[in-house]
Design a protein around this ligand. Sequence first.
Ligand code: GUN
Ligand code: FE
Length: 424
Amino acid sequence: MKLLQVVITFMLFAKIVFLEQSDQQEQLAEKWGFKTSDIRQLSKHEFFMPGLVDTHIHAPQYLFTGTRVDLPLLQWLTTYTFPTEAKYQDSGFAEEAYTRVVRRTLKNGTTTACYFATIHTDTSLLLAEIIDKFGQRAFVGKVCMDMNDSVPQYKEITADSVQETERFVKELLEKKYPRVQPVITPRFGPSCTEDLLCALGDLAQARDLHVQSHISENEEEVKLVENMFPAYKNYTDLYDKNKLLTSKTVMAHACYLSEEELKLFSLRGAAISHCPNSNFSLRSGVLNVRKVLEHNVKLGLGTDVAGGYSASMLDAIRKAMMASNSLQINKVNETGLTLEEAFQLATLGGSQALGLDDVIGNFEVGKEFDALLINTKASDSPFDLFSADNFEDILQKFLYLGDDRNISEVYVAGKQVVPFSSSV
Ligand code: GUN
Ligand code: FE
């Protein structure tokens, strides 16, 4: 794990310039032209860790996070989710919820997030504006869906969905936000006609854009897709044939992918977002992370708010451990995930899944400084340290028991974004 405690980092234009041992202070100051008095010395119970990357979160669903996880996926969508998302036509309503989700995730150490918004272009652009104002790094997708029999007021006409996506991409790119990018977002197979998927794939290819969606989250959904699209070999083939499975794609869940489908993910360089809290809460399934990694498929973690009841990526790390443990108990896997691997999935893995691993994900020289300052002895810390605890123990306690009270500062591209500045 790359954690900064005994090394000095030096930043120039938001990038890490060197990593050296801290006993070389004077020579380093001379070599790089800074004053030793400018060095910030961390105390023994503090360390920097790379920022957390949430590869799958629904910003509008933040409103009901922590409630209504009592139905399986398809019923959960029609009963709670679509009626809630329909309200985001109203910009005042959207502004409050979107401000709160960005504040909450940043405070919990999510320096990068890959967001679904709703079908409404203007409030999806508002989400991007709020993210930029707070200084979070993000992808934002205007959701596309032209199929929805159960909540007819929450669906689009095919041509409008494509046109509005083009407008969304154009207007977002024109804003020239340094760290907020658009992502093409077909909701999932059952919400889209083949015509819509095809047009969105063409658009993604023509503009070289990132793509996000859901795949094989629950068995009922997989069967529905088989029935709706009999001409395709499987769910992955549906996205692939429509140019939506690329090296810039991240698909959430993927609990029920076959070997053949995993091989195609690997071949295309497409990524999976593992959302264990949601998979447990909606009782969707358990992703076999070991199998995914053995197929060399890029993998990150996601909260999947509000299918997942927590907006915290520390919770995603813990639930990823429990998902892996459950497969070991059931003798599906011999080797489970280690805490170190789960930590890596939440940081570097997420950056790889989003195609940002040359920019963020760990503390390598040349990468941008997205970091959390962890204080394991914060006055209201939710865990206790004892004299016998070594650094590994302290780190494990933070990962299993810590929360935003221990995340005293958050940096994105070298800029401090938590505590929040008075201007946001
Ligand atoms: N599949 C399609 N839409 C959604 C959603 O909003 N949440 C989850 N968990 N799965 C989905
Ligand atoms: Fe989701």
